[in-house]
Structure formats: C-alpha cells, structure tokens
Design a binder for this molecule. Structure first.
Ligand code: FAD
Ligand code: NAD
Length: 402
C-alpha cells in the first residue's frame, strides 16, 4: 500500500508497548505497522532471574504476541534482525528484508563482558528465555551428576555469580529459595552447596539506599548466600572465577555473569554511533541526524536534564518511552509537534526470593519484606493489565501472595 510504513524492531517492553499504543492512537488508514521479533512470543525480561533459578514456569514469563497485539492492525514478522541500512531505509533480516518510512529500534540488551578474559566463552548469562533456562537446567544437571556419583568433587555444586547489581542480587535471592529444594530432591546436604556472589565495588547494589542494601544483604546471608565484596573478577575459566589482586581462584560447577549489560550489538553493526553500548538520542527519542528513527529502552541513553546524566536502563523507563515514541510518531504522521520525554520515576523494588523483597516507592518511601514483595507483584501485574487487560493478568499475573 502507499500508506507510511512503521517498522518496530523487537517485542520487548519498549517494542510491545509502542506497537500497542500505535494501534490505539492511529486509524488503520494512517499507517502500516510491522512488528519484527526473533520469536513468536513476548517475554518479561524482569522475571528472567526466576527462569534462571528454576523458580518459575517458563510459560508464565512469556505470551504469544498474537494474543495481545491486534493482528488485523499489525503485521507480525518472526525473524532475526541482522542490520539496519539506515541510509536506504531498509532492515536486513535473517530470512528477508523490510523497507520502512519510520523505524523504532528496540532490540533490548545483551550481556557486557568488558573484555574480561574467558567471560564470553565460559560464563552463563541471564539474557533471554532460552539462555536463562539453560542456567536452571545446568544447575540441576550438576546436582544430578553429584548424587549419581558421576561427579565426586563438592565444588561442582557451587554456584558463583559475578556482579551484585539488581540482576545478581535478585538471582541469588531466587537461588537461596531453590537450592534447598534441589538438595531435598537429590538427597544432598545443604551445607555442601555454596552460593557465592562476587562484587568489585565496596558494597552490593552500589549506589542504592544504604539501609535497604544492609537489609538485603542480611536477608540473603541468613539464607546462605556468601558475598565477596570489593573483589574484582579478573578472569573466567571453565570451572572458576579468578578474583582480586592475588588472583584467588573460586571454583564452581555453575558460573553466571551478571556484571553488566549493553544495548543490542545490531546498533554497532548498523553503523550507529555507540557510546558505552548504547546510542545517545534526542529528547524526542530520535537519533541525531535521522529524523525517522527512534531508539528506545536498553538500546539508548536519554538525558535526565535534572541530574545531568542518562536515566538508568529499566523496564519502567522502556514502557514510559513507548508512550512518548508513539505520540511522536503520531505527530510526525499528522504534522503535529513532537514532545520531549520526561521520566516519572515510580521507584525501585527488588525481589530477594520467596516472600522477601525491598525497595523504594513514591520518591523515597522504603518498603521491606512481604509489603515490598506485594508491591513488586502490583507493579508486574499493572504492566500485564496495560498490555492485555484483566484476562492477561489472570493468565500470566502473580496472583498468589507468594
Ligand atoms: P528487552 O526486554 O530486552 O526486549 C528486546 C526484544 O527484542 C526481545 O523480545 C528479544 O527477543 C528481541 N530481539 C533481540 N535481538 C533481536 C534480533 N536481532 N532480532 C529480532 N528480535 C530481537 N527493570 C525494571 O524496571 N524493573 C525490574 O524489576 C527489572 N528486573 C530485571 C530483572 C532481570 C533479571 C533483568 C535481566 C533485567 C531487569 N530489569 C528490570 C531491566 C529490564 O528488564 C530492561 O531494562 C528491559 O527489559 C529493557 O526493555 P527493552 O524493551 O529495551 O528490551
Ligand atoms: P549493573 O550494571 O547494574 O550491575 C553490575 C554489577 O557488576 C555492578 O555492581 C558492578 O560493580 C559489578 N561488576 C562489574 N564488573 C565486575 C567485575 N569485573 N568484578 C566484579 N564485579 C563487577 O547490571 P544489572 O544488575 O544487570 O542491571 C542492569 C539494569 O537493569 C540496571 O539499570 C538495573 O537497575 C536494572 N534492573 C533493575 C531491577 C529492579 O528494579 N528490580 C532488577 C534487575 C535489573
């Protein structure tokens, strides 16, 4: 057709919400909307640490895209993006090509290994449904090998996690709940299994509220998590992290890297100017020099003018950016004025496994324990409600208290 073509790359938080909003804001005669994603499902990246620990059913964290996006309005293309030829307004896919008039680039995050020797090859990472599931399968396999006598070294049961940002902390929290269950299943003494979290900074969750950090640390230590703070990982071997000034070896059968993320490597391949793994976008979320390309979520840096630094990449941010991007696309099509993005920070709540959690809401109000856990569920269910209404909340929401 000769309608303008909007192509959205990636069905994560940013891509899904932008597509959803476009179908609500635009009439069918105004534009063709195409959503490209690697899989036919959308998954909740914020629950991947649960998949990695094996504390949630994989199908709870994902849903068919066609169940929540109106396929009468949106053409779904399930394929892998290889490159954007931005000067030709074309997207190269593994199995084809697409032309666009407007592009929304929202391919999300990948692990960042910062060139640490061996990290790419030897560490597992919490990046996608499949890579996260590999971690829980791997852990269980170590337990099965040990109990069968195939493996006799106790260190094979160790799980070492590199990095104590929110991902690392939420993951060891889930492990603290899962390990006792696996010990019962495989008849292994709990004291034989070590969960070790290594962090280079002098504290876990560097920069976060000190009281909440202390609370999280105690809660996790009480459930058997060991912390090695102020300890930099120098190298990752097949069976160990090499850490600290004296190159100490921490052996483990399971090695997971949660030390950092960056935007999709397709950015660099497509010739965008990448700064610390992401692209700096204008206030209206478009790429400088490319008036028809928006970059959202974990693929871009958006300046927080109040604090003079970019907003940290979160799902909360990606979802809010989708509103501005869909408004601005509508304005571009109708010849209106574009708006600048402003983040409305609703707080940060982290789960620590089971009924444990902590965080801040409403500009600084602190929450602990079950109250925090309940708030976390409210936040997650709210997203599902916006995306797919009460039906989706019932199907995929966290409804049981804990
Ligand atoms: P993503 O959610 O990463 O989605 C990208 C999509 O693009 C995926 O569907 C992927 O399959 C697809 N894709 C990627 N590459 C290609 C390709 N080449 N071709 C086709 N498709 C492709 N943030 C919070 O605000 N609150 C939290 O509680 C929270 N918890 C987190 C817990 C964990 C364990 C992790 C890892 C992150 C958490 N975050 C949280 C951060 C949050 O998940 C990210 O900021 C968010 O997912 C970014 O959204 P996005 O839309 O940019 O990308
Ligand atoms: P991060 O960058 O926030 O944390 C990585 C941690 O690894 C840092 O503490 C860093 O000091 C440490 N590290 C890096 N190199 C190291 C080394 N060589 N040795 C030892 N430690 C090292 O990454 P993340 O935790 O994956 O979080 C990514 C984004 O997702 C953040 O914006 C975060 O806020 C967000 N997130 C939010 C939640 C939540 O709100 N509940 C949960 C998960 C992630």
């Amino acid at each position: 057709s000769n309608k303008p073509k909007i192509v959205v790359l990636g069905a994560g938080y940013a891509g899904m919400m932008t597509t959803k909003r476009l179908t609500q804001k635009l009439g069918p005669e105004e534009a063709d909307i195409i959503l490209v994603n690697k899989h036919n499902y959308h998954y909740q990246s914020t629950w991947l640490h649960e998949v990695a620990a094996g504390t949630i059913d994989v199908n709870k964290v994902r849903m068919l895209i066609s169940d929540v996006i109106d396929t009468n309005r949106v053409r779904l293309v399930f394929d892998t993006v290889q490159e954007v030829k931005k000067d030709e307004q074309r997207v190269v896919l593994e199995n084809g090509e697409l032309e666009y008039d407007y592009l929304v680039f929202s391919l999300g995050f990948e692990k960042a290994s910062f060139g640490i020797p061996g990290m790419e090859e030897n560490a597992l990472s919490i990046e996608s449904v499949d890579k996260s599931r590999l971690i829980s399968e791997h852990i269980e396999h170590q337990f099965a090998r040990y109990s069968s006598g195939e493996e006799t070294n106790d260190e094979a049961l160790n799980i070492v996690v590199g990095g104590s940002g929110f991902t690392g902390i939420e993951f060891v929290g889930e492990l603290a709940e899962k390990v006792p269950e696996l010990c019962r299943k495989y008849d292994i003494d709990r004291s034989k299994v070590r969960i070790i979290n290594v962090e280079a900074a002098p504290s876990i969750l560097p920069g976060f509220d000190e009281e909440l950090v202390a609370y999280a640390r105690k809660s996790l230590e009480d459930r058997g998590v060991e912390f090695r703070i102020g300890t930099k990982i120098q190298e990752c071997r097949e069976d160990a992290f090499i850490v600290g000034e004296d190159n100490e070896e921490i052996k483990a059968g399971t090695i997971v890297w949660t030390g950092g993320v960056q935007g999709s490597s397709i950015l660099d391949k497509s010739g965008f100017e990448v700064f610390k793994g992401k692209v700096n976008v204008n206030g209206d979320l478009r790429v400088p020099g490319y008036e028809n390309i928006f970059i959202l979520g974990d693929c871009s840096w958006v300046m927080d003018k109040e604090n003079d630094r970019p907003y940290p990449p979160t799902a909360q941010l990606a979802i809010q950016e989708a509103d501005t991007a869909s408004d601005n696309l509508t304005a571009l099509l109708r010849g209106g004025k574009l708006e600048d993005f402003v983040f409305d920070n609703k707080g940060t709540v982290a789960s620590l496994g089971g009924s444990h959690a902590m965080g801040t809401v409403f500009s600084g109000y602190k929450l602990y324990g079950k109250t925090a856990r309940a708030m976390k569920n409210v936040i997650d269910n709210r997203y599902l409600f916006i995306l797919g209404g009460p039906k989706l909340v019932l199907k995929k929401g966290k409804l049981r208290p804990f």
